[in-house]
Design a protein around this ligand. Sequence first.
Ligand SMILES: C[S@@+](CC[C@H](N)C(=O)[O-])C[C@H]1O[C@@H](n2cnc3c(N)ncnc32)[C@H](O)[C@@H]1O
Length: 261
Amino acid sequence: MKPDDLPSSARAGLPPDAAWSALIDAASAPYRPKSRWAYHWARGKLGRDPVFRGLLERGDIGAGRRIVDIGCGQGLVAALMQACATLQQQGRWPAAWQPAASATAYTGVELMPKDVARAEAALAALPLAPRFVCGDMCATPFPACDVVVILDVLHYVPHAAQDAVLARVRDALAPSAGRLLLRVGDADDASGFAWSQWVDRIVTWARGHRVPPTFGRPLREWQATLEQLGFTVRAVPQSQGTPFANVLLVAELPAQEGTPA
Ligand SMILES: C[S@@+](CC[C@H](N)C(=O)[O-])C[C@H]1O[C@@H](n2cnc3c(N)ncnc32)[C@H](O)[C@@H]1O
C-alpha cells in the first residue's frame, strides 16, 4: 500500500514522540546483530543528543540529498536516513514535522578504523548503500554533494586546518542548494565549553582513541569564517537540557546565476 492509499487518519503520521522513538529503534537495529556495543551506543546517542531529532523536525536536511558526513563515527546519520525512508514509506512521518529528510547518496568520512569497521558491518547492506571512507578529513577528497554534516568534529584539528576543510566543503557543495550543518562549541561560553571538552575527552578515551588536544573558537568567529567563504549563516542553539555550549550552524550557499534555486 502506498502512503497516498492510506486513510487520512493514518496519513497524519505518528505523534512526534512516537515517531522519534520508532526512528531510534529502526536506526539502531542494524547495529545489533553486529555489535552489542555499537547498538547501545547508537540508542544512547540518538536518544540523548537533541541534534538528531532537531535536524528532522526543522527539515534541515531536505529531500533527495547527496550527503557527506565528516567525522561520521559509526555512521548514525546514515542509519537515521534509512530509518526516515522507511517511516516515510509507511506513511508514518509526523505531520507536525517538516517533510521527511531523505538521501540519494551518503558518504561518511572517519579517521578511526574501528568506527568505520562498525559502520560498514552494520550499514553497508542497507538500501541507501552508504559509503564509508577511512581517512583524515584534512586530506580526504569530498565528493560533490548537497548537504555536508559536521557534528562535533572540527575542533580536533588546528584552526588553519579547520579553515582548509571548510573551504573544501564549500567547493564540494552544489551552489544552488548547498547546505552545511556544522555543530560547534562556543568558546565564549566558558563553563559550557569546558563541560563539552571534558565530556569529549572522556568519550574519546572510552572509545579507545588517543585523546587529542582541541581547538575551539567563539561562535562569532565561526560565523565570520563561514560568511567569508560565502555562506549565509543561521545559528540554532543546541544546549537545551544539557550543560554544553553547543550551537548548530546552518550555513547555506546562495544560488548562483544559471543554477536552479
Ligand atoms: C565527537 S565524535 C562525533 C561523531 C559523529 N559526528 C556524531 O555526532 O555522532 C568526533 C568524530 O570525529 C572523528 N575525527 C576526529 N578527527 C578527525 C579527522 N581529522 N578526520 C576525520 N574524522 C575525525 C573522530 O574519530 C570521531 O569519530
